[in-house]
Design a protein around this ligand. Structure first.
Ligand code: BG6
Length: 510
């Protein structure tokens, strides 16, 4: 009988990998959407290619468009071919992977959809021995999260013979109250321990490496505090515009889209206290504690310590680039910010008085995400310097591109006399390891399958982030600068330079 036949495992070679992944089904709501095509399917296929998935692993795509299982397989193959940056489709691996792809069409508001899904899950469980384990992945509009969780619960699919988990994409609410409300709705069906809020920045190798760098080495931690660190700059700059996501982005804006989640999580990773162990609770407790130590701003402090921006049209390299208000789906009078710069202070013993400057924007001069830690200068200047550059030591952790770490320090210039010049000591991921890094989605999907929430955001962290972002949202609603205030292709509004200049600092031009 098919039921009792052991499945030959084409995906797993136990000798090659430390972690055995359990059998399970991933149910993707929003299976026809961009995220599924660009990120989820390429990542899952790559995990199959690397033999990280269990033999009976299956995916059920859910969307409104009527499709057969075979149509869905064809579409997903096209997505994997188009969006897998560094993985070719291998016919044998694909054939085994595609056998586990299923599709259920329906409207998320229709109870019948969840009945049909339940039947499909039963069928898969008996055919592929998935043990009742299911991961529901919400790759839909945020307004659909609560209705889907409700539909899953009402059909009795939130519990089963195996484990049930829910992965939710950001935004987790649009302010503190809505984040709490969303969480309450999800908790009606899934316990907090079963809710995996994904922040793909935490899955990036370079962000995970911050923990290795800080806590795996002895020499940096003694310097990692207010006595030695002058200030920290965290940049998440993008050169692209809103890329067809005008309607979503117009609602979110740069502050909610990048700072509330990705950059604050990066800041928490940089600034958190050492954790007692590398366990999920310990790491997440420390991240959460740090977020809760960030000082919320008064309206006056928001005026001093934040800058909002929106890009206007420009000609870049002879090519006309539209301004944000001219982008598709964007209101021609939009007041949404495409740039945000914020100075945060952390009220704890380690960081009191050290400014953390965060900035992000669309259509900036360059795509670069990095953390720059500027140390205090030497107490006495004994030597001449041959450039106007700062003499401060700078540690740069490059998240992307050119992933790596550099330490800038002063060195004697060859020749007679004692003239110093800044030089750099560089570590580069590519040349040091010479191997492929998994994408953030590969890492995070695998973590959700094995039940490791270390790199996922807990509700208390979401609330702590909104607590510091909400006063900024409120003050910006009251007084927005005249938009547009920076040209596409530039480094953002001049007010952002002035914000740092008030403390004698300058933004890096990476
Ligand atoms: C997403 C934002 O979460 O992160 C996008 O919604 C942004 O607006 C993207 O472009 C940036 O991610 P990455 O990995 O390209 O830096």
């Amino acid at each position: 009988m098919l039921d009792s036949m052991p499945i030959e495992n084409p995906f797993q070679d136990p000798l090659r990998f430390e972690r055995q992944t359990p059998e399970c089904v991933i149910v993707i709501f929003g299976a026809n959407g961009d995220l599924t095509k660009r990120k989820l399917l390429p990542a899952l296929y790559r995990l199959a290619f690397d033999r990280r998935l269990a033999a009976g692993f299956a995916i059920v795509g859910i969307s409104r468009t009527p499709l057969s299982d075979d149509d869905f397989r064809g579409k997903m193959r096209a997505s994997v071919e188009q969006f897998s940056e560094d993985t070719k489709v291998d016919e044998d691996v694909w054939a085994a992977f595609a056998r586990g792809l299923y599709y259920v069409a329906g409207d998320i508001g229709d109870a019948g959809l969840y009945q049909r899904l339940g039947e499909k899950l039963k069928q898969i469980e008996s055919e592929r021995h998935t043990g009742g384990n299911a991961l529901f992945y919400l790759a839909t509009q945020p307004s659909q999260y609560a209705p889907i969780a409700h539909g899953i619960g009402a059909a009795g699919l939130g519990k089963g013979s195996g484990w049930r988990r829910l992965v939710v994409e950001k935004p987790f609410g649009h302010d503190l109250a809505s984040a709490r409300e969303l969480s309450d709705r999800l908790h009606e069906v899934f316990d907090e321990a079963a809710v995996y809020r994904i922040d793909h920045y935490l899955g990036k190798e370079t962000v995970q490496n911050i923990l290795a760098f800080r806590f795996g080495n002895g020499i940096f931690e003694p310097l990692w505090n207010r006595r030695y660190v002058n200030h920290v700059q965290i940049t998440g700059a993008e050169s692209i515009g809103v890329e067809g996501r005008g309607a979503y982005y117009q609602e979110a804006g740069a502050l909610d889209d990048m700072i509330q989640n990705h950059l604050l999580q990066v800041m928490a990773t940089i600034a958190m206290e050492p954790c007692a162990s590398f366990g999920a609770t310990s790491v997440r407790d420390e991240r959460s504690k740090l977020l809760r130590s960030i000082r919320p701003m008064t309206p006056e402090e928001v005026r001093q310590n934040t800058v909002a921006g929106q890009y206007g049209p420009a000609s870049i390299g002879g090519k006309d680039v539209p301004g944000f208000r001219q982008e598709e789906g964007v209101d021609p009078n939009s007041r949404t910010g495409t740039y945000a710069a914020v100075t945060f202070f952390v009220d704890n013993w380690r960081w009191a008085g050290v400014p953390f400057y965060l900035r992000t924007g669309k259509r900036l001069a360059k795509r670069v995400s990095e953390i720059a830690i500027q140390f205090n200068t030497a107490p006495l200047h004994l030597f001449n310097q041959d450039s106007g550059d700062t003499s401060a030591n700078l540690l740069i952790l490059r998240i992307q591109p050119e992933e790596g770490i550099s330490l800038k320090f002063l060195s004697k210039r060859p020749g007679s006399g004692m003239t110093l010049r800044p030089v750099s000591m560089d570590f580069n991921y590519g040349s040091s390891f010479g191997e492929r890094s998994p994408s953030a989605y590969e890492t995070l999907l695998l973590d959700a399958i094995v039940g490791d929430p270390t790199l996922y955001t807990r509700q208390d962290m979401v609330e702590a982030s909104w607590s510091v972002v909400e006063p900024i949202q409120n003050a910006w609603r009251e007084a927005t600068p005249a938009f547009p205030n920076y040209a596409a292709g530039s480094w953002g509004p001049s007010a952002a330079e002035e914000m740092l200049a008030r403390r004698g600092h300058v933004w890096r031009k990476p």
